[in-house]
Design a protein around this ligand. Structure first.
Ligand SMILES: Nc1ncnc2c1ncn2[C@@H]1O[C@H](COP(=O)(O)OP(=O)(O)O)[C@@H](O)[C@H]1O
Ligand SMILES: [Mg+2]
Length: 239
């Protein structure tokens, strides 16, 4: 299976989010939100967006469960090639200067880990207010509701994309672009994969890779739902 990003609907909607943030007028605030369940492709899409910008033209950090305001800022400093400066206010100033000088948007992944921390969230707002560069927060389902409680930040959100389950057209695109060219997967099997995966990209790719491997092993070029039968596509837990 090939390693490349397929431009499915969620990816294109995210690109539109970024373009809207970058092209907004001065009265529109510039914080964006990308949210949706795990395995739907949020991180992959974010890295793809950053590649579109040129990797040096954006800052990307992911948050961890153990983060504090200090470790969060230190990670951004690290991305800028610098050590943290104390007191932390000086690190904030450094980041603001760099974001302003180089017009750098900031992407913050796994925001769920820090959304409960008032100080870190307020620091993100400070970074925004001092730079007005696009800041994109990326997190899971609950994130939108949890951010809505942080009025100051919430008021600055002007663009959001909720990642939706892949539809049949998306599954089709994954199969066409990622599988060995010689292998064709029947429409019914693609629909079966879509249903069984619940539209989760991670599971769709796992299933397609299994189908590809089995097709190669049995030297088949076309695999249908009938051929596949009820063989498992990924590990499923029966409740
Ligand atoms: N548009 C895409 N094209 C190709 N592979 C993708 C795409 N979206 C997701 N994937 C793959 O699906 C898996 C889960 O994606 P990930 O970005 O980690 O999801 P999330 O951040 O939403 O949990 C990864 O292995 C990734 O390579
Ligand atoms: Mg992720």
């Amino acid at each position: 299976m090939k390693h490349q990003v397929v431009e499915v609907k969620n990816v294109l909607r995210s690109l539109e989010l970024l373009e809207n943030l970058q092209g907004r007028s001065s009265i529109t605030p510039g914080i964006g939100l990308i949210h949706g369940p795990s395995g739907y492709g949020k991180t992959t899409t974010t890295c793809w967006l950053i590649n579109q910008l040129g990797a040096l033209n954006a800052i990307y950090v992911r948050c961890y469960a153990t983060d504090t305001p200090s470790s969060f800022l230190a990670r951004i400093m690290g991305e800028l090639g610098a050590d943290p400066i104390y007191p932390l206010r000086k690190s904030v100033d450094f980041i603001v200067d760099r974001m302003n000088d180089r017009q750098l948007p900031l992407f913050i992944d796994e925001v769920d880990h820090i959304v409960g921390q008032a100080k870190t969230m307020e620091t993100i707002r400070d970074l925004y207010d001092a730079t007005e560069q696009p800041i994109v927060l990326i997190g899971m389902e609950e994130i939108a509701r949890r951010i809505s409680h942080r009025k100051q930040l919430f008021n600055r959100l002007s663009e959001w994309v909720e990642f939706k389950p892949a539809d049949l057209e998306d599954v089709h695109a994954f199969a066409t672009e990622l599988l060995d060219e010689r292998i064709e997967v029947g429409e019914c099997l693609l629909e079966h994969i879509r249903q069984r995966s619940g539209g989760e990209v991670r599971r769709i790719l796992t299933a397609l890779e299994k189908v590809e491997r089995s097709a190669i092993a049995s030297e088949r070029h076309h695999v249908t739902l009938d051929d596949w039968g009820d063989q498992p596509l990924f590990l499923e837990f029966r409740r």
